[in-house]
Design a protein around this ligand. Structure first.
Ligand code: QUE
Length: 330
């Protein structure tokens, strides 16, 4: 079973159970979770929900490796994102307390399963990222909603670079809500299940003084369109410039356009826009190229087409946002 449900003392417990695949979400898991939340919503015995990942990690994202292996002709490229974003929206409207334990890797699709609930608990090992520009995709699951709303242009920075942040920064940005040391996770979970309350811990000083991201630099460099961002980085931070240069150029343009559009939309509109964009991006060759480079062959040297942002015309980016006939109607 890839996803396990149990009920204990008024708590609905969901365990993502693909530890060897870092609990990556597949279509079957998304559908089962959707149905179970609908059931729990109407079950008076259930007062709260707990979402955890089996093993050391919470969730690495959607199971995009399988999506690529199934081929372009498979309906999975439509069905998966349709079900995933429906689920994200359902979680945002879920009426009971919803708590996720963000242990280890928390990326992409895993964020969509947790961010719109009430509580996200970071631990000593939490690593948070939206890494999709590395695979020819874009930061989805409501990325166009939550990322442009993060202070100091940090959201656009995370979206374009895929930079990984640790517990302290996750709390600082308001993405996580509480901290729990790894040694206390079992006690924390017991207390939540048995009493329905949250054991509070202070994040240790050595944790909060770790070198973090440079907000002033990010605020200055990640302003405006993608060409401006590249220019700024070339003169101010060559390491970040080199990182952006490795990402999929069309993903970078789609992402910066998407986050701009998302600023004035609510979560529902953002997810609908993202579903539309997903159905253009997953049929581009860059998607399979990126997944192969990162998750299948793992050569980490993708051959993007177009290979540079200077080769991309604005009308080609606009085309990605033209409406498809199949829509996500939330
Ligand atoms: C970008 C992504 C993903 C990624 C790496 C990226 C992603 C994803 C995984 C992943 C990792 C380990 C697994 C697995 C999937 O990695 O979405 O099945 O075992 O799911 O750079 O978007």
């Amino acid at each position: 079973m890839d996803i396990i449900f149990s009920e204990l003392n008024n708590t609905g417990i969901i365990t993502l159970n693909r530890p060897k695949a870092l609990n990556a979400l597949n279509l079957d898991m998304a559908k089962k979770l959707f149905d179970k939340l609908k059931e729990w919503e109407n079950n008076n015995n259930i007062k709260r929900v707990l979402l955890i990942g089996e093993g050391k990690h919470f969730c690495a994202g959607g199971d995009v490796k399988n999506l690529s292996l199934e081929g372009k002709e498979s309906p999975l490229r439509k069905d998966f994102f349709f079900s995933e974003y429906k689920l994200n929206y359902q979680i945002s409207n879920f009426k009971k307390t919803y708590l996720s334990l963000w242990n280890g890797v928390v990326m992409g699709g895993g964020i969509g399963l947790s961010l719109y609930g009430n509580y996200r608990i970071v631990t000593d090992t939490t690593k948070f990222a939206m890494p999709e520009t590395a695979i020819g995709f874009f930061p989805d699951v409501g990325g166009s909603y939550f990322l442009p709303r993060i202070k100091n242009n940090v959201g656009i920075f995370l979206a374009l670079t895929g930079h990984v942040i640790d517990s302290n920064e996750i709390l600082n940005l308001g993405l996580g809500t509480h901290y729990c040391p790894n040694s206390e996770i079992e006690n924390f979970i017991d207390q939540y299940i048995m009493e329905g309350n949250i054991k509070e811990f202070k994040i240790p000083a050595e944790n909060s003084s770790k070198k973090s991201i440079n907000h002033a630099l990010i605020n200055e460099c990640f302003e405006g369109d993608i060409t401006n961002i590249f220019k700024k980085l070339q003169s101010k931070n060559i390491d970040l410039f080199n990182i952006l240069n490795k990402k999929c150029p069309m993903s970078l343009l789609a992402t910066s356009t998407l986050l701009n559009k998302g600023k004035s939309k609510d979560l529902k509109q953002c997810l609908e826009m993202e579903f539309n964009l997903s159905q253009k991006m997953v049929y581009r060759d860059d998607f399979d190229e990126g997944i192969d480079a990162v998750l299948i062959s793992k050569h980490h040297n993708p051959n993007w087409n177009p290979s540079s942002i200077i080769d991309i015309e604005l009308k080609d980016v606009d085309k990605l946002f033209e409406l498809n006939s199949n829509t996500l109607n939330l």
